[in-house]
Design a protein around this ligand. Structure first.
Ligand code: SF4
Length: 426
């Protein structure tokens, strides 16, 4: 029986010739991630069990991004706990606020060239699935798993069944990877890929930028997937070559799916048929094409996060906002996803466009995405956000509402004051 990409990676890391769905395996890990919320409990478990030293100081990444810069005393203590541990363990990839390379974890790990095709990665954060865009197996775990893996360098998995998502055609203007993943989640529901591996294939893959692929894999968890994964192509190699120390020229030969790999189901998406999408409260699967619903007035717009905080996203936002101003009464908050993206926005004149348009530009942080800080919603407020979750109370009061969308729809909505297509501004 042939294997999927995910099965190939898991079997390689478990030292096995073959892996089949349902197998329980122990896999060696290439990279482990923790943040300021999930790492302190992992450290407690690590120390309580007297694990001593981490298995490899160069394979652990710690990022204080959720409530940092520290929003209160509790978050300050959490960040300090992680910082002190990282220092005492000599963790190579501890990122401090303001450092080059710092930012929202799922923006910076790929951008800093830390994830390679064929890697097995875990992170104590559900959106660790983002790195599948680079041809890696990458998934979220809990703090206990992180603690044990920091000591052992390995963890166990149940090998997932796979769903193939066959992409064809080309995206239309104002449509991006965000719309593609919202479209898919709308089709299959929030549990439509439960514990499955979502493997994206087909001629349409080549039409997607790396930013599109990262956004799509980022939200694989929002339909329950264990991981999302893209094949490695010229765009992946070019992306990595510019970021990996010493360059990157070729993916491992063993990585690609076998022609007779078994998929439980194949879903075909014609990219040319995907419209600009919005997910209404309170589930990512509650999708609607922009223009098919009544005028929905909003109070706030957030552009950023691990889903849409990359330079490509900032450029798209700036293209819509240039020479325009946010509507009266609207708060538009823009969060470049990393220090590097922030600097690129600065040098390329995007910050000026945002400020002239009446936007608030924040330091790179998760901030409002999880209702933490920098844009928490009050009772009854509505927000269009480029983040990935719109559950009850996700960005603030339990009676606030979050509408998920791509960057261009979010920026156009800020200008109009209601959920709008960028086409309305032409
Ligand atoms: Fe989680 Fe939001 Fe931060 Fe992404 S930006 S890691 S979804 S809190």
């Amino acid at each position: 029986m042939g294997m999927t990409m995910t099965q190939k990676i898991l079997s390689k890391h478990a030292g096995k010739e073959l892996c089949a769905p349902g197998d329980l395996i122990e896999a060696d890990l290439d990279l482990l991630l923790g943040n300021d919320i999930t790492t302190p409990p992992a450290i407690d478990i690590f120390e309580k069990n007297s694990f001593g030293k981490v298995f490899d100081t160069d394979k652990i990444v710690m990022v204080p991004d959720h409530f940092a810069p520290n929003k209160d005393i509790k978050s300050a203590e959490q960040c300090k706990r992680m910082r002190d541990f990282a220092k005492s363990q000599n963790i190579k990839y501890y990122y401090e606020q303001g450092e080059e390379g710092m930012g929202v974890e799922h923006v910076i790990l790929p951008d800093n060239g830390l994830v390679l095709p064929g890697f097995a990665v875990i992170g104590a954060d559900s959106h660790t699935c983002t790195y599948g865009a680079l041809g890696a197996f990458s998934t979220g775990v809990g703090s206990t798993d992180l603690a044990c893996a920091m000591a052992a360098g390995s963890t166990w998995f149940r090998v997932p069944e796979a769903i193939r998502v066959d992409l064809k055609g080309k995206l239309n203007p104002y449509v991006s990877g965000k719309d593609v993943i919202l479209y898919l989640i709308g089709l299959i529901g929030v549990d439509g890929a439960l514990y499955r591996s979502l493997e994206f294939t087909g001629e349409g893959v080549a039409e997607l930028s790396m930013a599109d692929r990262l956004t799509i894999c980022n939200m694989a968890i929002e339909c329950g997937a264990k991981n999302g994964i893209f094949p490695v192509d010229e765009k992946t190699i070019e992306y990595l070559d510019a970021r990996v120390e010493g360059g990157y020229k070729e993916a491992p030969e063993w990585l690609f799916a076998d022609p007779d790999a078994v998929y439980e189901q194949t879903i075909t998406i014609d990219l040319s048929e995907v419209p600009p999408m919005v997910s209404f409260p309170h589930l990512p699967s509650n999708t609607h094409a922009v223009g098919t619903f009544d005028k929905t007035k909003i109070d706030q717009v957030v552009i950023g996060s691990c889903t849409n905080g990359r330079l490509e996203d900032m450029k798209k936002a700036a293209a819509v906002l240039k020479g325009r101003h946010v509507a009266e009464g609207i708060r538009a908050i823009i969060l470049p996803g990393s220090q590097r993206v922030y600097k690129q926005c600065l040098t390329e004149g995007l910050l000026e466009i945002f400020v002239d348009a009446g936007c608030v530009v924040s330091a790179p942080t998760c901030g409002p995405c999880l209702g933490g800080h920098m844009g928490v919603l009050a009772k009854g407020e509505k927000c269009v956000s480029t983040t990935n979750r719109n559950f009850v109370g996700r960005m603030g009061h339990k009676e606030s509402e979050v509408y998920l969308a791509g960057v261009e729809v979010a920026a156009a909505s800020a200008v109009k004051g209601y959920i709008a297509s960028p086409a309305e501004l032409e």
